[in-house]
Design a protein around this ligand. Structure first.
Ligand code: SF4
Length: 474
């Protein structure tokens, strides 16, 4: 899928000087892990990398193409990189999109910015490296055994040292009618379980205290390879969500670290991982993007597990592991959504007591099947329903936060100036980085108590402020 141009424009590289590649990473955690792999490979081959365009021999922009705002941000960034530097390679989800004149992947980027040197889709480290080699030759031939296979001890992470995303698969077998990710990222391809577990161990050994498991559908891990038995540490392990999570839980326990699961759908087999949460092997936290509750809307959305009884499932999860925190996202005002269907969603929110919920007003995405559905609602109705949903969701969330006042929680410290003497900010098991709230830590009462980034502290919860808890380190 890589298109290259401007072969005569290879910039001269001063003898002995490492060529510098500017890098911009946009988009979701899955795009972030693609960026980490490309940056790791660049460094392994002897390139310098920088976050700025100025002085770089070439710029790589890793794009997002999911919603209109993300497309605009990506196109604007490519434009800025071209204006400031002139030599730009584009990768990521936007790079997989066709244009208006060209049905080929990359068409959209090329139509908007014809002078880019190369365009690839997501998860294309090798294609990006081929394009880099074409325009800025390798500084030296790397010794193959010095090239890190994945992130970890030798790899590059874009997250703080104490947490990391672990991508277990690429692509998706579902065809939700509002989504174009499968057309950009392809069908599900699960990473070999041995590779995933080796990467997890390397990350823990490098000091990671929280591993965030990501994919498009974590519950589908291994479906594409028929749950093939792989090997890790000389032992057979199935390429299956439960087996992966159980092994990750053991690794986390050995390193005193957390494992948090994202993008899990409410399939019956997910019930199997709840005991692992109850035993404390992985965090009692599930990010389950439900999008709606009414069965007819879910069918129109073509959602995975749309026939499941989500309310009963969530109640069963709470019976096995009462402290479980459930995060979810929803869409209000999907085409054809009746007031009754929307009310059903509000009732579901009240009953399911979803701890953390986000909601988008439905917005059509170029190329999505849902655009052809009858019953599009006016913008004002979609927005009004989103606001009503958030009112209910925030009520539930604040109630739940208030119930934590007086409790003692384990908190992973994210920032702590002056060793925490003026307090700091951390997160409990209930808070994923970037998307949930935080625990704002007060200056410790005990003079001997310090707070260090990337370490755990216990904190007594003393108040709630907005979506955050206030805690006294103890
Ligand atoms: S599960 Fe649905 S929303 Fe998620 S990536 Fe797959 S098609 Fe898109």
């Amino acid at each position: 899928m890589s298109n290259t141009a401007g072969l005569s424009a290879i910039p001269p590289v001063a003898p002995g000087a490492a060529p510098k590649i500017g890098f911009v990473s946009l988009g979701c955690p899955k795009a972030l892990t693609d960026s980490e792999l490309i940056l790791t490979q660049l460094r392994a081959e002897g390139y310098e990398t920088s976050k700025t365009f100025a002085g770089a021999d070439l710029v790589i922009v890793n794009t997002c193409g999911f919603i209109d705002d993300a497309v605009k941000e990506s196109l604007d960034t490519i434009g800025e990189a071209l204006a400031e530097n002139g030599k730009v390679i584009v990768t990521g989800c936007l790079g997989a999109k066709a244009g208006q004149q060209s049905s080929e992947a990359g068409g959209l980027v090329r139509e908007m910015h014809p002078s880019v040197l190369a365009v690839t889709g997501p998860h294309a480290t090798q294609e990006v490296m081929d394009a880099v080699h074409t325009h800025v030759p390798k500084p030296h031939d790397p010794f193959i055994d010095l090239v890190p296979e994945a992130r970890g001890v030798a790899g590059i992470k874009l997250t703080p040292k104490h947490y990391a995303y672990l991508k277990i698969s690429e692509g998706c077998n579902h065809r939700c009618s509002f989504c174009i990710i499968p057309s950009m990222r392809g069908d599900l391809v699960s990473r070999p379980i041995g590779d995933v577990l080796s990467e997890a161990r390397a990350l823990f050994e490098s000091g990671v205290k929280e591993l965030l498991v990501i994919s498009q559908d974590t519950s589908a891990y291994g479906v594409d390879v028929k749950y093939r038995t792989g090997f890790w540490d000389g032992k057979p392990v199935k390429t299956k969500m439960y087996d992966l999570v159980a092994q990750l839980g053991e690794l986390a326990k050995a390193h005193g670290a957390w494992v948090r699961l994202h993008y899990v759908y409410p399939y019956p087999h997910v019930d199997e991982v709840l005991p692992l949460m109850a035993q404390g092997l992985i965090l009692p936290y599930l990010d389950v993007p439900l999008q709606h509750a009414h069965p007819d809307v879910l069918k129109r959305m073509k959602r995975p597990a749309n026939g499941e009884r989500n309310l009963e499932r969530i109640q069963a999860w709470r019976a096995i592991c009462p402290e479980i925190v459930i995060r979810s996202t929803f869409i209000a005002g999907f085409p054809g959504e009746t007031e009754g269907e929307f009310q059903y969603l509000l009732d579901f929110m009240q009953e399911a007591r979803i701890d953390r919920a986000g909601c988008f007003a439905y917005s059509p995405i170029d190329g999505a099947a849902a655009n052809a559905l009858p019953g599009a609602l006016p913008d004002a109705v979609r927005e009004e329903r989103r606001a009503r949903f958030m009112q209910v969701a925030e009520g539930v969330s604040i109630d739940k936060l208030r119930s934590r006042v007086g409790a003692t929680m384990q908190v992973l410290v994210d920032s702590a100036p002056a060793l925490g003497r003026k307090g700091g900010v951390g997160r409990s098991y209930a808070d994923a980085p970037e998307i949930d709230g935080t625990v704002r830590l007060l200056p410790p009462e005990k003079a001997s108590k310090t707070l260090k980034v990337g370490e755990f502290t216990r904190a007594r919860i003393v108040a709630v402020e907005g979506h955050d808890l206030i805690g006294m380190p103890i």
